[in-house]
Design a protein. Structure first.
Lengths: 251, 255
């Protein structure tokens, strides 16, 4: 592994029987502690790329390299994916317990993690009793409770309303500042990508390849009013233009 | 439409039907050995209450025994089937055969196997056959329908087969298993009634046997009284299960 990359795709390519190629070949490098957004149209293989990085499926060709060991990668999906029969605390302590942490320690760390995402009052609640935004926070707490080196977010805010997604975006950045995991954030929303990431990677329509990349200047977590700054608007424009170009449309 | 009207309307409708029945019997002077009026059935129901109660308990205990036995057998079989595709494929023809074979046709065999001394065993066995398939397929469907993204998380956690089973698949199976068990309970009662009529041969004196015995003696009022008791019992059993199921789902989902 070159430099301090925690995960990398080397000419990785994924073919599905019956669907043909869905991704690649793609070269991608994730450095420790950075936040990268993967942006692209629906069906461009963003989620497939994420599953490769998580080690949940192998590439058909090429290679995936992962420095993170078992339990050091966390994934948050578009839906909160909580077990309905478990309380918020039991859901969050699950990955710890599966990794062999004692039940009591796991529970107390889960309660702590729920507190960090603002769910201190909902530790005994069941998923059915949580709002969409709260359930997503619980899902984030579950992802962060193991202090992962790599955090993979697969369109985690797509099902939420605008206010909640903006709040959650800031919360994710604040949580990132505490533990500094490397984050890959998949989205089809360019503004959200630019707001979240230090680097926006634009993908072409399926089979997705990397069409280009835009670096985002500015401090993280974002200061208030960041969306109104010249830097933000300019970067979002450039990323949008790249995406238009990748999709074969006039910029 | 108000709630009260929705509750009152079916009661009124049933009363109208019973009234028409009663009126027809009286006006047309239908002989009681052919079709007794509802009033006569009510009298028979009260007069025979102790005997009917004992018979109802027989029928109920046969049905519940079958339900309990199949509950365990079907769950174990479904766990086996859910553990590997090859086990599921091996079980499938047997499970389907059990489902599609009319249980009436099995009664003579069970009668022979149970012997004249144990007619109750033949009844329970028939009820078991009747209840097996929905209970098995309910548990199996539940075990194999866990949220695929939760399954993926368990992949990520490097879960062992045992952890996946106890922490994901079995808890996920609860709602569908309860549905399958509901159908199974109904069919266990149907199987018991079949069994009592076909294999019981007088030894297992459940409600179905009372219906048959009274009919043979042309005591149609008693026959109808036993039938009414059976219908009431079946209705009560389903309602009770429905309540229990709702409580369990609330416990499972926390709401």
């Amino acid at each position: 592994m070159t430099g301090d990359a925690v995960a990398a795709l080397d000419a990785a390519q994924v073919d599905y029987a019956g669907r043909g190629r869905v991704l690649g070949p793609v070269d991608f490098r994730l450095a420790a502690g950075e936040i990268v957004a993967l942006v692209g149209p629906s069906g461009c293989g963003k989620s497939t790329a994420l599953r490769l990085l998580a080690g949940l499926e192998p590439p058909t060709h090429g290679a995936v390299r992962r420095a993170a060991g078992r339990g050091e990668t966390s994934v948050v999906f578009q839906s909160p994916t909580l077990a309905p029969w478990l309380s918020a605390t039991a859901n969050v302590s699950l990955p710890l317990e599966m990794a062999g942490v004692g039940a009591r320690v796991a529970r107390s760390r889960a309660v702590e993690a729920l507190g960090r995402v603002g769910l201190a009052d909902a530790v005994t609640a069941r998923p059915a009793q949580l709002s969409g935004g709260m359930a997503m926070r619980a899902s984030l707490a579950r992802a962060l409770v193991t202090s992962p080196k790599v955090l993979l977010l697969d369109e985690p805010f797509a099902a939420l309303d605008e206010i909640t997604r903006r709040q959650l975006a800031d919360d994710v950045l604040a949580l990132w500042a505490e533990q500094r995991p490397a984050i890959v954030f998949v989205t089809h929303n360019v503004e959200e990508a630019v707001y979240m990431a230090g680097r926006v990677v634009v993908m072409s329509p399926g089979p997705g390849r990397i069409a280009g990349e835009v670096a985002v200047e500015g401090p993280a977590p974002r200061p208030p009013g960041f969306r109104a700054t010249e830097t933000f608007r300019h970067t979002a424009e450039r990323a949008s233009a790249l995406l238009h170009q990748a999709m074969g449309a006039p910029p | 439409m108000s709630r009260a009207a929705l509750i009152v309307a079916p009661i009124v409708f049933v009363c109208l039907l019973l009234g028409a029945w009663e009126a027809a019997c009286r006006l047309l002077a239908v002989p009681v050995y052919f079709l007794p009026p509802p009033s006569g059935i009510a009298v028979a129901l009260v007069e025979n209450a102790p005997l009917l109660f004992v018979s109802a308990w027989r029928t109920l205990s046969s049905a519940l025994s079958a339900f309990a036995i199949v509950g365990v057998l079907a769950s174990v079989a479904a766990l086996g089937a859910a553990s590997a595709r090859i086990v599921e494929a091996s079980f499938r023809p047997v499970a389907v055969a059990l489902q599609v074979t009319p249980i009436v046709s099995l009664a003579p065999l069970f009668q022979v196997w149970a012997g004249l001394e144990h007619p109750g065993a033949a009844v329970v066995a028939l009820a078991c056959v009747a209840a097996f398939f929905p209970m098995y397929s309910g548990v199996l469907a539940g075990l194999t329908s866990a949220d695929p993204e939760l399954e993926r998380l368990f992949d990520l956690y490097g879960a062992s087969i045992w952890q996946r089973l106890t922490r994901l698949r079995i808890p996920s199976a609860v709602p569908q298993a309860l549905e399958g068990f509901k159908v199974g309970l109904g069919l266990a009662l149907v199987g018991t009634v079949f069994g009592e009529i076909l294999a019981g041969a007088g030894g297992a004196q459940g409600l179905a046997w009372r219906i048959q015995e009274a009919s043979h003696r042309m005591q149609m009022d008693k026959s109808f009284a036993a039938l009414a008791a059976l219908a009431l019992m079946a209705g009560a059993l389903q309602s009770l299960y429905h309540l229990l199921e709702r409580r369990l789902i609330v416990w499972w989902r926390g709401r």
